[in-house]
Design a protein around this ligand. Structure first.
Ligand code: HEM
Ligand SMILES: *[C@@H]1O[C@H](CO)[C@@H](O)[C@H](O)[C@H]1NC(C)=O
Ligand SMILES: *[C@@H]1O[C@H](CO)[C@@H](O)[C@H](O)[C@H]1NC(C)=O
Ligand SMILES: *[C@@H]1O[C@H](CO)[C@@H](O)[C@H](O)[C@H]1NC(C)=O
Ligand SMILES: *[C@@H]1O[C@H](CO)[C@@H](O)[C@H](O)[C@H]1NC(C)=O
Ligand SMILES: *[C@@H]1O[C@H](CO)[C@@H](O)[C@H](O)[C@H]1NC(C)=O
Ligand SMILES: *[C@@H]1O[C@H](CO)[C@@H](O)[C@H](O)[C@H]1NC(C)=O
Ligand SMILES: *[C@@H]1O[C@H](CO)[C@@H](O)[C@H](O)[C@H]1NC(C)=O
Length: 350
């Protein structure tokens, strides 16, 4: 009973926040997306997503990290089009051991399709999996105490997933230094400030030994704090140990600015994290975020709004998947060309 009251309060408070934060962002909205996309066709969308995730996170708050990362991977590879969810995708549910250790959580895929079933049950099959991933990522920031922000909606789902080389070329590995990270983000029209702010997503969640063992073995990365190294070696006795550890040692389940405090104390888990403090181009941004959480939140939201609109499909492009892990009509083989034409005709009626 108490928990239901809490859900209600949360929803009420966040609905007020929606109103307050509306129109504050300076990030342009991509043509075809809008803040009011489902206002009349699915007014309960955001409340369904929030209340289901509230229950999921109440059982296991660490699932928030898996959902936030899923959105990042979706957007960086081929645009925010739900392609990451497709069975058969290099980073999709069937291939989670694909190098370089993409290690998305299998639970995240299940949670997304559970949300899809709830939303489609209430509104019909009119909300895309890509929008559900974007909304889930937003709640995964907000519910663990991070900032609330409205997001433009109206993304559509791709009918194809990225090949392995395309996936690998678009996702920066944890071994990247700041120069390589700045370049990888610039290729997505994201600035150096966006890079530092979005890396703050590592304020929640975990990383596997294989993602940072190169900093421990055979020789130790000299930029690391000694006690931190000692503890990591206990968690990862060899460079092949299958174990994981928190990305933010100070407050792993809270969305706050402690990640930047970690970096200043040389306790960043990946090279890609710690080098942001080593490099003179990003050091002051890390410093600013470490002492000003509101500034971090503001820049993080800006970065998420930009990242969340990368390469989106809109209008009659793509489709609205009725199963997030499979394109529609996936089982139709010979008739697939005919099927696509019919789909286009149906979609053009919207
Ligand atoms: C800047 C480049 C980035 C690199 C090199 C990077 C790399 C990684 C790696 C290697 C992991 C751990 C995977 C594992 O070992 O299990 C990870 C986890 C994570 N990343 Fe990133 N990432 C980057 C940017 C981002 C962005 C932009 C976000 C979201 C805003 C994000 C959110 C997360 C989260 C939440 C986790 C934890 C996932 C979990 O606990 O399941 N990362 N990242
Ligand atoms: C990580 O990737 C390597 C190849 O790059 C692979 O041999 C190893 O099994 C992967 N580990 C995990 C946990 O996926
Ligand atoms: C960053 O990495 C790139 C590619 O490995 C390398 O060429 C460059 O020298 C590195 N830059 C710094 C400052 O370490
Ligand atoms: C970056 O911006 C340019 C110019 O507006 C645009 O042509 C390009 O498609 C954008 N790149 C990405 C990855 O969004
Ligand atoms: C995994 O890490 C924990 C501490 O985080 C440690 O107690 C445990 O021994 C590690 N497991 C292995 C197989 O190394
Ligand atoms: C682990 O370390 C050994 C010895 O240094 C090396 O040959 C091997 O390639 C490393 N494995 C991984 C997955 O990094
Ligand atoms: C690593 O361990 C987890 C559980 O601790 C298990 O689910 C996963 O399959 C293991 N991965 C590999 C590559 O052995
Ligand atoms: C959704 O698609 C996946 C991948 O094709 C399939 O394994 C799963 O059974 C489908 N789920 C439903 C409810 O049809």
């Amino acid at each position: 009973m108490a928990s239901h009251n809490l859900v209600f309060c949360l929803i009420l408070i966040s609905s007020l926040l929606v109103i307050i934060s509306e129109g504050q962002s300076t990030v342009p909205v991509v043509p075809g997306l809008s803040y009011s996309f489902y206002y009349s066709s699915c007014p309960e969308l955001e409340i369904i997503v929030r209340s289901h995730l509230w229950e999921v996170f109440n059982n296991d708050i660490t699932q928030a990290a898996g959902l936030l990362r899923l959105h990042f991977h979706d957007c960086f590879v081929q645009g925010c089009d739900g392609s990451v969810l497709l069975d058969g995708s290099t980073s999709g549910p069937s291939e989670q051991d694909a190098p370089p250790n993409l290690t998305l959580r299998s639970a995240a895929f299940t949670i997304i399709d559970d949300l899809r079933a709830l939303v489609h049950g209430a509104c019909g099959s009119i909300v895309s999996c890509a929008d559900i991933v974007a909304l889930a990522a937003r709640e995964s920031v907000f519910l663990p105490n991070g900032p609330y922000y409205s997001i433009p909606l109206g993304r559509r789902d791709s009918v194809n997933f990225a090949t392995r080389p395309v996936t690998l070329a678009n996702l920066p590995p944890p071994t990247f230094n700041t120069t390589s990270l700045i370049n990888a983000f610039a290729a997505k029209n994201l600035t150096t400030t966006d890079l530092v702010a979005l890396s703050g997503g590592h304020t929640i969640g975990r990383g596997h030994c294989t993602s940072f063992a190169d900093r421990l073995y055979p020789t130790q990365d000299p930029t690391m704090d000694q006690t931190f190294v000692k503890n990591l070696k206990l968690t990862c006795p060899t460079n092949t140990t299958n174990n994981s550890t928190n990305l933010d040692i100070r407050s792993p389940n809270l969305f706050d600015n402690k990640y930047y405090v970690d970096l200043m104390n040389r306790q960043g888990l990946f090279t890609s994290d710690q080098d942001l403090y080593t490099d003179s181009r990003t050091r002051n941004i890390v410093l600013d975020f470490s002492i000003n959480q509101n500034l971090f939140f503001e820049k993080f939201v800006e970065g998420m709004l930009k990242m969340g609109q990368l390469g989106v499909l809109t209008g009659t492009q793509g489709e609205i998947r009725t199963n997030c892990s499979a394109r529609n009509g996936n089982n139709v083989d010979l008739a697939s060309v005919v099927g696509e034409h019919q789909e286009q005709e149906m979609l053009s009626q919207y």
